[in-house]
Ligand binder design. Structure first.
Ligand SMILES: [Cu+2]
Length: 174
C-alpha cells in the first residue's frame, strides 16, 4: 500500500499558493463564458432593427449581456412585465428589467435564475417588431407560453417571437 505522503502528485496539489491562483483564474474564465451576448442592431438607416440572437436558450444562473452594436441608433432591453406597463410575459416570480436607453456600445447585464420563458422588447422599436425571447432551462415549456393575440402588443411584435420549440432545439434563433 502506498503512503500518501510520498505521492508526488499529491505534494504538487498541496503546494498551495499557485494552485489556488490558477483555479481563481479558471473560474473567472468560466464566468465570462457563462455570459452570452445579444446584439442590438439595425441597418444604417434604421429601417430594420433587431435583437441577435432573437431567441436564446440558457441555463439557470447564466447571464445575458445586451450590447448596442448599432452605431446609429439607441435601443433598450425591456421585459414584458407590469413594472414596465406591459402584460407579464416572464415566469411567475421572475424579476422585471429595463436597460433604459443604451447608446452605441453601451451594454446591460441580467442574470436569469428562474426557469421559463422570458419575452422582452425595445421601447422605441416595439412597433417595428424588435422583440426577443429567452428560454431558461430545459423545463417542459409549453410551446405557446403566452397569448398570441393581445391587443396591447403591436402585431409586428407578436409575430416576431421565435417559437419556443425552435429555441429548445437550436439553442439560438437569429
Ligand atoms: Cu431598438
Amino acid at each position: 500500500m502506498r503512503t500518501r505522503a510520498y505521492d508526488p502528485r499529491r505534494r504538487l496539489l498541496l503546494s498551495a499558493g499557485g494552485g489556488l491562483l490558477l483555479s481563481a483564474a479558471l473560474m473567472r474564465r468560466a464566468d465570462a463564458a457563462d455570459e452570452i451576448e445579444i446584439a442590438l442592431s439595425g441597418t444604417p438607416t434604421g429601417s430594420h432593427v433587431w435583437f441577435r440572437p432573437r431567441g436564446l436558450l440558457i441555463r439557470p444562473g447564466q447571464a445575458v449581456r445586451w450590447v448596442n452594436r448599432d452605431a446609429g441608433n439607441v435601443h433598450t432591453s425591456t421585459a414584458y412585465h407590469p413594472a414596465n406597463g406591459k402584460p407579464r410575459r416572464v415566469p411567475e416570480g421572475a424579476k422585471s428589467w429595463n436597460s433604459d436607453y443604451l447608446m452605441p456600445n453601451d451594454s446591460f447585464v441580467m442574470v436569469f435564475d428562474i426557469p421559463g420563458v422570458y419575452d422582452y422588447y425595445c421601447i422605441p422599436h416595439e412597433q417595428a417588431g424588435m422583440v426577443g425571447r429567452i428560454v431558461v432551462g430545459h423545463a417542459d415549456t409549453a410551446p405557446r407560453p403566452y397569448a398570441e393575440t393581445d391587443a396591447s402588443l403591436p402585431p409586428a411584435a407578436l409575430a416576431a417571437f421565435p417559437d419556443v420549440g425552435d429555441i429548445l432545439k437550436d439553442t439560438r434563433v437569429d
